[in-house]
Write a protein that binds this ligand. Structure first.
Ligand code: SAH
Ligand code: SF4
Ligand code: F3S
Length: 461
């Protein structure tokens, strides 16, 4: 902890301080930012545009290339945008904060808070303290050994979909990945606390919950766990009245057990789709990545999932240009993509992350080669996505409506929601009603690049 204070007489807090949060990175960061906003509101803060806010928090991600530069650019951009208000308090939070620590104080005087992911629960009080003490700077970079519960935020009505954290950190140390160093070791959250938050979110309007963690299948398997296994947790959440859909991310292929696979057949609320990170289709590269499974084990898992629930569809993450990857390894990835028929994927060029083992692998792949491999992967994905969307035309599905579509047709109103696979579906509905959170059955009539169009089939519920 870094503390520096010249001002012994605290300033009173502004009567209604304002905040603005900028978020980069994964769903865990998105969820952390949502909580922080609600918690600040419970402390009487209100949201404001960036240039006018008393406090600006940047919630950062360091998983891929040059994230430090992005954060530093953001710090300077804030300085420019707040010239009229140089006293703005800037907090750098999340994974880059954990990684760079107090170095971040050197960029501008406005940066007076640096806090890693494990410090999140302490932020509302820390921010108040810093507003009262304008010459103080604080860094909160210690890892905790258990999952710290967060105070309740302001209870406002929420959208129909919400996230719930079930754990923090990761113990896998894949050789390319910085997450275990930024989020710390795995800490499972007790089942009762998770169920309590699920109930609260359902009461506030959520009909679909996505459970979050870096390796959800290993839930409960760490020292902080209360003995509950992931599949048991899924069953307990599925029993909550008022909940329509459950999703989770990310599972790890090596930890996905028989019970987790069976849950897809046993729990009707569990959506028939799974984001199952492959990273590479080559056993040789998977071994160097430290992933803990082979190409054959991954395909066997996919076979088991498809036997358990034939309607299941998968999405994935892929890294190309990992050190030592050759043309045959890339071909192995492309053929795996086809075998698994992913309906969507996120693909990235490998980049060195400080402190990770792969930094020391000498056979790095040329940048241009990485880019051409990325194009091949993305081209293969485009074909698979189009094939999947096209095959869905004529099918009946269920949608959970979320908001009006960004593009409105003339003469009617288009709403968008998601089907059980997470694909965006647009459909025209009678005007003048708020359909947010309503569900209905539809027939798919057409497809776009990444979305579907549909017609109403049943009445809303
Ligand atoms: N816990 C998840 C993913 C976390 S990071 C899992 O195990 O799959 C999100 C994604 O970023 C990873 O799946 C990986 O595809 C990508 N990624 C992580 N480190 C990377 C690196 N050094 N270079 C390129 N991509 C990386
Ligand atoms: Fe990173 Fe691997 Fe953990 Fe995922 S499982 S967060 S890729 S170390
Ligand atoms: Fe990024 Fe941290 Fe998430 S590095 S991907 S914000 S866990």
């Amino acid at each position: 902890m870094y503390k520096k204070s010249f001002n012994l007489k605290p300033n009173p807090l502004p009567t209604m301080p304002t905040y603005h949060i900028l978020t980069f990175g994964c769903q865990m960061n998105v969820n952390d930012s949502i909580w922080l906003g609600q918690a600040l509101e419970a402390h009487n803060f209100s949201q404001a545009p960036l240039a006018e806010a008393d406090v600006i928090c940047i919630n950062t991600c360091s998983v891929r290339e040059k994230p430090e530069q992005k954060v530093i650019n953001t710090i300077y951009r804030i300085k420019q945008l707040t010239l009229a208000n140089p006293k703005t308090l800037v907090g750098v939070l999340g994974c880059v904060a954990q990684q760079l620590g107090e170095k971040l104080f050197h960029y501008t005087n406005q940066v007076r808070l640096v806090a890693g992911p494990d410090a999140l629960a302490m932020l509302p009080k820390t921010i108040e303290q810093l507003l009262e003490n304008p010459s103080q700077r604080l860094s909160l970079l210690d890892f905790t050994s258990t999952y710290l519960e967060r105070e309740p935020g302001k209870a406002t009505k929420i959208g129909p979909t919400a996230y719930v954290n079930i754990m923090q950190g990761c113990d896998n140390f894949c050789t390319y990945c910085i997450v275990p160093y930024t989020r710390g070791r795995q800490k499972s959250r007790p089942k009762d606390a998770i169920l309590k938050e699920c109930r609260e979110k359902i009461a506030l309007g959520a009909r679909e919950l996505t459970l979050l963690g870096q390796n959800v299948n290993a839930y409960g398997q760490d020292k902080a766990g209360d003995g509950t296994r992931f599949a048991q947790l899924l069953h307990a959440i599925a029993d909550l009245p008022g909940l329509e859909r459950i999703r989770y991310t990310s599972p790890h292929p090596k930890d996905m057990g028989v019970e987790d696979v069976a849950a897809f057949a046993k729990i009707p609320k569990l959506c028939p789709c799974l984001h199952l990170p492959l990273q590479s289709g080559s056993t040789r590269i998977l071994k160097r990545m430290g992933r803990g499974y082979t190409r054959e084990e991954y395909s066997k898992l996919v076979d088991d999932l498809k036997t358990t629930l034939p309607a299941i569809s998968l999405t994935t993450d892929i890294i190309v240009g990992f050190p030592g990857e050759d043309d045959q390894d890339l071909l192995d990835t492309l053929t795996m993509m086809e075998y698994c028929a992913y309906h969507a994927s996120f693909s990235f060029c490998y980049s060195d992350r400080p402190g990770c083992r792969a930094v020391n692998f000498l056979d790095k792949i040329d940048r241009a080669v990485q880019h051409s491999r990325l194009e091949e992967v993305q081209h293969t994905q485009d074909i698979l996505t189009t094939k999947w969307l096209k095959a869905r035309v004529g099918q009946t599905t269920t949608i959970l409506l979320e908001e009006k579509s960004p593009r409105q047709p003339e003469g009617s109103v288009s709403w968008q929601g998601r089907d059980p696979y997470g694909t965006i579906v647009h459909l025209n509905l009678p005007a003048n009603e708020d359909y947010r959170g309503k569900m209905l059955e539809v027939t798919i009539t057409d497809f776009g690049k990444h979305c579907l169009h549909a017609q109403q089939k049943s009445s809303l519920w």
